[in-house]
Ligand binder design. Structure first.
Ligand code: COA
Ligand code: MG
Length: 300
């Protein structure tokens, strides 16, 4: 029988809203503690101009020293290791110890392993995780191999701005021509226990289109969405988080399987609906996620 503890609650992460904040923008950095996002990407890469890279690193060093972000996953997006900024970005990561380093434009297993090797050599804690941006044609084609690259790899983030630039696919409502590629990334991640986060949506003033894309991303199996603007946090939390109805359904499934007569059953009738034991695992995860979200609200 599956118990709540069996689904490794410690490793259950809630990543509905993953806000990117340019590390070169002190005003935006200041706002972060007051925002209700699950995770924050402090970006040293493409949102930071070349001449601001060093200043951006200094901003992050100060942020971690003076007012470390509590109660949410903290991610530093570095420049590629092979770029002139990569090594200095990694030194910052080792000094300030965020939860995660996010590697951009990953195309090969070796790029994950190179970062993991630097962590091992520096004696970084096992909890320091690696995430990978999958945002190029090669990245998508190699996603199944990249997903197995290293134990520290926990999450893929899809990047459609780069992918559109590389492929010529136009931004269109519904993302028809991109969906097959996105699903490949979802599949590769899920096959190897790597979480998957949907791409940013650029038109932050277009609330309706954003809602539609969140709903689509949720239906496609993404855990959450990378965001560029605070106005996108609430809709992302709503679409990717469990709603009241879902929580009630999950609690009903858990209660039904907890009855003595259900102990030796793998399939039961719950109000005219077939429920299998595999649904119990989903229900337990959902209730646990709801609890994490409620606790985060209480303590933030
Ligand atoms: N994180 C934190 N705060 C943000 C923010 C972000 N990503 N984006 C905007 N804000 C803040 C602004 O600083 C502003 O604060 P203020 O009212 O105190 O001045 C407020 O939210 C409203 O912002 P708004 O005026 O609507 O937008 P803007 O013109 O300041 O910024 C962007 C628009 C797109 C430049 C900005 O949202 C941004 O830089 N986003 C992230 C881009 C990024 O990370 N790209 C890389 C990944 S694709
Ligand atoms: Mg990119």
């Amino acid at each position: 029988m599956t118990a709540l503890t069996d689904i490794k609650l410690a490793s259950l992460a809630v990543r509905r809203s993953v806000l990117s904040v340019p590390a070169a923008n002190p005003r935006a950095l200041e706002k972060v503690p007051g925002l209700d996002c699950d995770a924050v990407i402090l970006d040293l890469e493409d949102s930071v101009a070349l001449e601001k890279k060093a200043e951006a690193r200094d901003n992050l060093r100060r942020l971690f020293e003076d007012s470390p972000l509590r109660n949410r996953e903290t991610i530093i997006r570095i420049n590629p290791l092979k770029s002139e900024f990569g090594r200095a970005d990694m030194d910052l990561v080792l000094d300030v110890s965020p939860d995660v380093v996010l590697i951009p434009k990953v195309e090969h297993v070796s790029e994950i392993q190179a970062v993991a090797d630097i962590f091992s050599e520096a004696g970084a804690p096992d909890t320091l995780a690696i995430w990978a941006m999958i945002e190029t044609p090669k990245g998508i084609l190699n996603a199944p191999m990249i997903a197995r690259a290293d134990e520290r790899l926990k999450c893929f983030v899809v990047g459609l701005n780069d992918l559109r630039k590389e492929t010529g696919v136009l931004p269109q409502p519904g993302r028809a021509y991109l969906v097959p590629w996105l699903m490949q990334v979802v599949l590769a991640g899920r096959a190897h226990g790597v979480d998957v986060i949907d791409s940013v949506f650029n038109d932050f003033k277009d609330a309706d289109a954003f809602e539609a894309e969140c709903a689509q991303g949720r239906a496609m199996g993404f855990s959450g969405k990378m965001l560029i603007h605070p106005a996108q946090i609430e809709p992302a939390n709503r679409h990717f988080g469990p709603d009241l109805q879902a929580i009630e359904n999950a609690e009903a499934v858990i209660a039904a399987f907890a009855r003595p007569e259900a102990q030796s059953l793998n399939v039961i009738n719950l109000g005219g609906r077939m429920v299998e034991r595999l649904h119990l695992v989903e229900a337990e995860k959902l209730v646990a996620a709801a609890r994490i979200i409620a606790d985060r609200k209480k303590t933030s």
